[in-house]
Design a protein. Structure first.
Length: 149
């Protein structure tokens, strides 16, 4: 036999335990999205995120889409040509630099970024979430641009 209110207390403890577990999972997932170290950057750039350029677009239109994609996510465009667009973003603990390289109908998203840890250690890092967002935005913008033709 349980005392009155015991079920309520047990339910609150279980809810709190679940919330703590969920919070811990989110923290681990967030950490897993930011690999750091020289080898992490090298591994990413060997197999970077990519996107297809519709064959109906001109090189200039492809360049415009890459520029709009970076600017749409608040990246500063520091260099641009039909072959490559370079963007920089300093946000949170990242000094991020990305190169959108267009070649043979494919855009590769290359990273040259640095992460500063809580103890002020600066090391190469890959902001995977940001790069994944750029990849998704490129796909959407290329599709829209091609549909306008």
């Amino acid at each position: 036999m349980t005392m009155p209110g015991t079920r309520h207390i047990m339910r609150q403890i279980m809810t709190l335990t679940s919330c703590v577990g969920l919070f811990g999972s989110l923290i681990l997932a967030g950490c897993g999205g930011t690999p750091v170290g020289v080898s992490s950057v090298e591994r990413y750039n060997q197999k970077p995120y990519m996107g297809n350029i519709p064959p109906t677009l001109t090189p200039k239109e492809g360049q415009d889409v890459m520029v709009m994609t970076l600017q749409g996510r608040q990246w500063a465009v520091v260099e641009q040509s039909p072959q490559a667009v370079v963007g920089k973003l300093d946000h949170r603990s990242f000094q991020a630099k990305v190169t959108l390289k267009a070649e043979s109908g494919i855009v590769t998203i290359l990273s040259d970024s640095y992460y500063t840890s809580a103890d002020r250690q600066r090391e190469p890092g890959v902001p995977l979430g940001w790069l994944k967002n750029l990849q998704a935005d490129l796909r959407t913008r290329f599709t829209r641009k091609a549909a306008q033709k």
